[in-house]
Design a protein around this ligand. Structure first.
Ligand code: AMP
Ligand code: MG
Length: 331
């Protein structure tokens, strides 16, 4: 199955989340069954991110959206775990600060878009400004309804400047959300994640559904597509997202840059001598410490070192055998 085609929201389409099975898990019956494939894509992600970093020409922006407990943190842990942290940034967006609220709504997001060669992950994103903001009437309708086009323009600017954008909506159903909230209650290590606010949003489930459907349909574009990821099964969510990100990166046909130096010349200039030295060293070592006074046996024997007990009669004398002792350079 082609996951990019299967889960991508067609630009201009009308989304109906009620028709999407949040429990879908393709042909895999369990986490264990999916593991070999998941690991293959984790390795691919690792290698492709390294290539993107080396190439330094373009970047990747991953936006994660979903309801509370949909698995945004878990996805980041998984996807990022496969990558080198040097080439990644993660930014979480919460209720805007006073300074952020004093600017246009995109200001705080633009500052965290990726440098060339880098992957940036947004944990929530500029879509909050057409989701929570819309559901709770934080701005008038005419303000949030203009934002879909503004978001498309913003993403077009990023795309035209070398940023590839992938947006994932983590789709869970209300029963799964409640079960996950309950798991948090049962696990003291996750109590810190529980907030009244999460429960308070549940009565707005349908209003959020409408807001998500509108956002997904109006802002899925060729240059910044949305993917609806069935996320009731965390392991399937991780597999699907890793696979879509890896396959997208693969399709970019990135190349390692040409070396900026003449490799043969460098080899000749700096490594030829090293090579000679190594050959010389090896023949000196074979000749033993007499040929080179800076070499000694290790561990030392009792005759040389009064602090260790003498060797018993039945063991070879120090000068009779070299076995079990190595030559080392005395500093
Ligand atoms: P959490 O991700 O659970 O730490 O919660 C962050 C909270 O910040 C969520 O309730 C979001 O809806 C809220 N939030 C994020 N962005 C905005 C925004 N632009 N305006 C208002 N609330 C926001
Ligand atoms: Mg929350």
């Amino acid at each position: 199955m082609n996951y990019i085609k299967r889960f991508r929201v067609e630009p201009g389409s009308k989304v109906n989340l009620g028709k999407v099975d949040a429990g879908f898990h393709d042909q895999h019956e369990s986490h264990e069954h999916a593991l070999p494939e998941t690991e293959t894509y984790a390795q691919k992600l690792h290698d492709l991110q390294y290539l993107m970093y080396a190439e330094g020409k373009r970047s990747l922006l991953i936006c994660l959206q979903g309801r509370d407990a949909a698995g945004k943190d878990g996805t980041i842990n998984h996807v990022l775990g496969a990558m080198n942290p040097q080439g990644c940034t993660v930014t979480g967006f919460k209720v805007p600060s006073k300074e952020e609220a004093a600017h246009d709504f995109l200001w705080r997001y633009h500052r965290h878009t990726p440098d060339k060669g880098q992957v940036a992950i947004f944990n929530r994103s500029h879509y909050e400004d057409v989701l929570v903001v819309r559901v709770h009437d934080m701005v008038p309708k005419q303000v949030w309804s203009a934002r879909y086009a503004q978001i498309n323009d913003f993403e077009k600017i990023l795309a035209d400047n070398g940023t590839h954008i992938l947006k994932f909506y983590l789709h869970i159903d209300p029963e799964e959300q409640l079960a996950r909230f309950k798991q948090r209650i049962d696990d003291p290590a996750r109590h810190w994640k529980i907030s009244d606010g999460d429960y308070a949003e549940r009565p707005f489930w349908d209003a959020y559904t409408e807001a998500f459907e509108d956002a997904l349909g109006k802002t899925s574009t060729e240059y910044a597509p949305w993917f609806i990821i069935p996320s009731n099964h965390k392991w399937f969510r991780n597999l699907a997202i890793s696979r879509i990100v890896a396959e997208t990166l693969e399709s970019l046909n990135m190349k390692f840059p040409e070396p900026t130096v003449d490799i043969d010349e460098i080899k000749q200039k700096y490594h030829a001598i090293e090579q000679e030295e190594r050959i010389g060293q090896e023949s000196t070592e074979r000749a033993g410490p007499e040929a080179n006074p800076s070499l000694t046996f290790w561990p030392p024997d009792s005759a040389e070192n009064p602090y260790i007990p003498a060797l018993s009669e039945d063991r070879p004398k120090p000068d009779q055998s070299l076995s079990g002792r190595r030559l080392r350079v005395v500093p």
